[in-house]
Design a protein. Structure first.
Length: 99
């Protein structure tokens, strides 16, 4: 709900987050994937709640299974859709396990 409000907000120039990101994409090297994601959020094509639920179920299934090899971890990471933040959190957790 909060994300919908944020995506719909306009800046001082009357531009939405998507419009502003598109306007400055070349100057700030905005990744195309971010523009696609913002477009999906704006058009309500991406359901954050169901993605969060799916992600939570996926993570709990992974935590209950035994340690996987680094090869399968890498392939899981490539096929897994989700935010960059979650991947960063996962790598932090792996680095903590290594200590």
């Amino acid at each position: 709900k909060k994300v919908k409000e944020l995506v719909g907000m306009k800046n001082n120039f009357g531009r939405s987050v998507l419009e502003q990101a598109d306007k400055v994409k070349d100057f700030f090297n905005v990744p195309e994937t971010l523009l696609i994601f913002l477009k999906q959020l704006t058009n309500e094509e991406f359901d954050l709640e169901s993605e969060r639920d799916r992600s939570t179920a996926h993570e709990s299934a992974n935590s209950s299974s035994s340690e996987s090899s680094s090869d399968s971890e890498g392939s899981n990471k490539e096929t897994q859709s989700g935010s960059k933040r979650r991947r960063v959190d996962e790598s932090k957790q792996r680095s903590k396990k290594g200590k």
